[in-house]
Design a protein around this ligand. Structure first.
Ligand code: HEC
Length: 104
């Protein structure tokens, strides 16, 4: 009986895990893409304007950061990146889930 319940929870949780990155992709397109590009490679026009070199978000350098580090970057900003405001904690997690799918 207990196993059945556990199984049901696992099954219910699986689509949610996918939902995170899918939802995050949407949020990324709205809140990050203008600067970081659709695949996290960086928008060259924006790089020129902000006088920065974007590190690919799929690079080892970024992927080696913890979720907590990424959360901090998103909500508090870093260097020339201003904090991204108006995202709920769940939305920040979703965006991070999407960033984890990026490959250089
Ligand atoms: C207005 C432009 C802009 C937006 C919008 C933006 N960023 Fe950034 N981001 C930057 C810039 C510029 C840097 C480099 C900061 C520096 O080093 O000075 C950066 C750096 C980062 C880094 C650290 C990369 C490194 O150098 O290690 C991460 C991770 C990141 N951004 C994620 C995000 C995510 C996720 C979003 C959307 C929720 C987002 N950014 C939205 C401009 C932006």
């Amino acid at each position: 009986m207990r196993l059945t319940v556990l199984f049901a929870i696992l099954l219910a949780g699986a689509p949610l895990a996918f939902g995170g990155a899918a939802e995050g992709k949407d949020l990324f397109a709205k809140r990050c893409k203008a600067c970081h590009g659709p695949e996290g490679q960086g928008n060259p026009g924006m790089a020129k304007m902000l006088k920065v070199t974007f590190v690919h978000l799929g690079s080892k350098e970024v992927q080696s950061k913890s979720d907590a580090d990424l959360k901090k970057i998103i909500t508090e900003g870093t260097g020339k990146m201003k904090p991204v405001t108006g995202l709920s904690a769940a939305q920040v997690s979703d965006v991070i889930a999407f960033v984890r799918t990026l490959k250089p």
